[in-house]
Design a protein around this ligand. Structure first.
Ligand code: TZP
Ligand code: MG
Length: 212
């Protein structure tokens, strides 16, 4: 499920909600295996518009049998019938999210430090997201780059599946996957591509080769 994990919101496609939806549709057609709706940063959508977009994405992802996760907001995830929620270290405290959503939603948690992974190991969550592995332009307040060796260390420590995020592209995706991560999370590699189908296929092909 976490293999080819697309993340994004309208801010990642020229702040154009229609173009964003069209891009997500292309990515679903091309075979992404999970989608996280992450509306933030320079996003101009109101709370209501965001909820409306989440509902449209719920319908769309369901048509393709792809799990929908919502960034940060477990209430919105529950309201629109999403499959999961992804929370960062700076978002609402993970314990509160677990209390509200455990057993109802897939819970993803961002961890990029040894102590964070150790703590996550004791929590009933479903996966951790680690990064930025490489420099990224898609997150203004991104933590410092962790690099491949740190990612590998976190993978070996984690009892949960690890998804890599941050600056993953065609040139570095094979090395990233070689750290033992369960999947690759990308924003710009897919949403800024002028050939979304091809970008998704590249990741899928890499995973296919690994597993065959
Ligand atoms: N968390 C860590 S890096 C990042 C997030 C949401 C942005 C990833 O975007 P890109 O374009 O794949 O580098
Ligand atoms: Mg967050």
């Amino acid at each position: 499920m976490l293999e080819t994990y697309l993340v994004g919101g309208a801010q990642d496609v020229n702040n154009d909600p229609t173009a964003f939806l069209d891009s997500v549709k292309q990515a679903l057609k091309a075979g992404i295996t999970a989608f996280q709706y992450r509306e933030k940063g320079t996003s101009k959508l109101t709370t209501d518009e965001k909820a409306g977009m989440a509902r449209v994405l719920r319908k769309l992802t369901r048509e393709y049998g792809v799990p929908l996760l919502i960034d940060d907001d477990e209430e919105l995830a529950l309201k629109v019938g999403a499959d999961g929620v992804h929370v960062g270290q700076k978002d609402r405290r993970i314990e509160k999210v677990i209390q509200r959503a455990h057993g109802k939603l897939i819970i993803g948690y961002s961890c990029n430090q040894v102590d964070q992974v150790t703590k996550a190991n004791s929590l009933p969550i479903d996966y951790i997201g680690s990064g930025p592995v490489f420099a990224t332009h898609s997150k203004d307040d991104a933590d410092p780059v962790i690099g491949l060796s740190k990612l590998k260390q976190l993978v070996s420590l984690s009892t949960h599946p690890v998804v890599a995020i941050g600056g993953i592209n065609s040139a570095n995706m094979a090395q990233t996957l070689a750290t033992g991560v369960a999947g690759l999370s990308v924003i710009s590699m897919v949403l800024q591509s002028n050939n979304i189908g091809l970008a998704v296929s590249e990741i899928r092909q890499l995973l296919f080769n690994l597993h065959s």
